[in-house]
Ligand binder design. Structure first.
Ligand code: AMP
Length: 188
């Protein structure tokens, strides 16, 4: 099966975990912009050095940097079978940039999965994750900032995808297996 999917949802809802399961189930590459940026920081690239300041502050990295990353990753042969975008788009500008890019590449997005969960549960999950992740942005105050950034800058893109008719809202509460079952049900 070949398709292009966007997975959306607030920090801590389990996008990365679920995107990995979809990747293994359908053999489609998983592109996590957060992971790509963390790798860039690790290798101390120019992009990494710019991104680090924003990430450590719980803020979004500028749209033009993200567009470059996505363009490099979805135009290659690896993506001919489709892809899962995790963590992108995150602003209305990124939705527009992605639309322009996929039109240029003659791609279409088949489905947008929006994972939902209430904020208290998410905070609990993130605090728990912070004990294991070693991520510089998984501290209590930065978690709270990232959640605010999500509701202000990212949540509005859900209504924009709702209008296109390809949005599927999936309950993100439950066990990992329960949630992936719901997602796979929504894809079929
Ligand atoms: P994530 O692993 O998806 O939670 O992303 C970690 C951090 O990377 C975010 O808090 C942002 O600072 C940055 N980031 C990841 N994706 C994007 C994006 N699409 N736009 C802007 N910043 C991003």
């Amino acid at each position: 099966m070949s398709f292009r999917l966007i997975i959306l949802g607030p920090p801590g809802v389990g996008k990365g975990t679920q995107a990995n399961i979809i990747k293994d189930t359908y053999n489609i590459p998983h592109l996590s912009t957060g992971e790509i940026l963390r790798n860039e920081i690790e290798i101390k690239s120019d992009i990494g050095m710019i991104a680090k300041n924003y990430i450590d502050d719980g803020l979004l990295v500028p749209d033009n940097i993200l567009l470059k990353i996505i363009e490099n990753n979805i135009s290659g042969a690896n993506s001919s079978n489709g892809y899962i975008l995790d963590g992108f788009p995150r602003t209305l500008q990124q939705v527009k940039d992605l639309n322009d890019l996929i039109n240029k590449l003659d791609h279409t997005i088949d489905i947008v999965v929006s994972l939902t969960a209430d904020e208290d549960e998410l905070t609990k999950r993130l605090i728990k994750r912070s004990e294991e992740s070693g991520r510089s942005d998984d501290t209590a105050d930065i978690i709270s900032k990232r959640q605010k950034v999500y509701w202000k800058q990212t949540a509005p893109i859900i209504s924009s995808y709702k209008k296109t008719g390809i949005l599927k809202e999936v309950n993100g509460l439950g066990t990992i297996q329960e949630i992936s079952k719901r997602i796979i049900g929504a894809i079929k």
